[in-house]
Design a protein around this ligand. Structure first.
Ligand SMILES: C[S@@+](CC[C@H](N)C(=O)[O-])C[C@H]1O[C@@H](n2cnc3c(N)ncnc32)[C@H](O)[C@@H]1O
Length: 265
């Protein structure tokens, strides 16, 4: 998997790109964020990826802690790597994703007894109030232009005192890796092209400053509990002897644990 974004250039004051960031062109008729189109390739490539698997996903399961018996919604579950880890640790997992192709891979991994549904986080969630003890959202919120409706729905389906554990692209990386740089304080989209097996797939991401993230959580009624900038799991050191040290000093993702307030009574 390759990303086309270049590493940072300095932006000259007054450069028009300050308010109009560079973005990859999308061919007419080409689908954006078409995870169905590269489900198997993405899944295979990230399965043992130092930053994704041993950074972001490991951080989510570590932050979840002891999940024995907890009812957990994996929102944007993809092919289910986090669901598998949580289920193997005793959680009762439900998964949703916008991509039927990713869910088909999750089904192969998780078997028929796990509730997996196609659902879009921008829409009302197909669950009753207070269904879950936790919601995990691994590397999915940055696809949403507006976190408000999704966070309101996540809070609704969480029981009082339940937790949302989420990881996103680190906003500082989003800022520094774009050329030319965008306005850090604006919530804006950019389209990147990921290449799998020689084919290019456009993905549109929404970057927002750190304060917009924390405000979105608190506006939705959550209490901020943990903010973490994950480094690779030490368990990966032997597997990645060449890269482990370098990646341990690099910003990549940002994780949050936020809590729904306990019930008044
Ligand atoms: C980077 S993958 C992460 C998948 C999985 N959480 C993981 O950690 O491997 C992003 C996933 O989010 C899903 N996704 C993107 N936008 C979504 C939306 N609006 N609603 C639900 N799922 C979405 C994609 O289909 C894809 O499976």
């Amino acid at each position: 998997m390759e990303r086309v974004s270049d590493m940072p250039d300095d932006l000259e004051p007054g450069h028009p790109a300050w308010v109009s960031p560079a973005t990859e062109p999308v061919a007419p008729g080409q689908a954006v964020n078409d995870y169905d189109g590269f489900a198997a390739a993405y899944t295979a490539e990230t399965e043992n990826d130092l930053m994704v698997e041993y950074g972001a996903r490991s951080a989510i399961t570590a932050l979840a802690g002891d999940v024995t018996g907890r009812r957990i919604l994996d929102a944007g579950c993809g092919a289910g790597p986090v669901s598998v880890a949580l289920r193997d640790r005793g959680a009762v997992v439900t998964g949703i994703d916008a991509s039927a192709g990713m869910l088909a891979l999750a089904r192969e991994r998780l078997g028929d007894d796990v509730d997996l549904r196609v659902a879009d986080l921008r829409d009302p969630l197909p669950f009753a109030d207070s269904t879950f003890d936790d919601v995990v959202a691994s590397l999915v919120l940055h696809y949403l232009a507006d976190w408000g409706p999704a966070l309101a729905e996540i809070r609704r389906v969480l029981r009082p005192g339940g937790r949302l554990i989420a990881s996103v692209n680190h906003p500082f990386v989003e800022h520094l890796s774009q050329s030319p740089r965008h306005n850090y304080f604006a919530t804006t989209s950019y389209t990147d092209a990921w290449t799998f097996d020689g084919r290019s797939f456009p993905l549109t991401f929404w970057r927002r400053p750190l304060q917009a993230m924390t405000t979105a959580f608190t506006d939705a009624g959550f209490r901020l509990s943990v903010v973490r900038e994950p480094q690779p799991d030490p368990a990966a050191r032997e597997r990645f002897p060449d890269d482990f040290a370098a990646f341990s000093t690099k910003l990549s993702f940002l994780c949050f644990v936020v809590e729904a307030p306990p019930s008044a009574g």
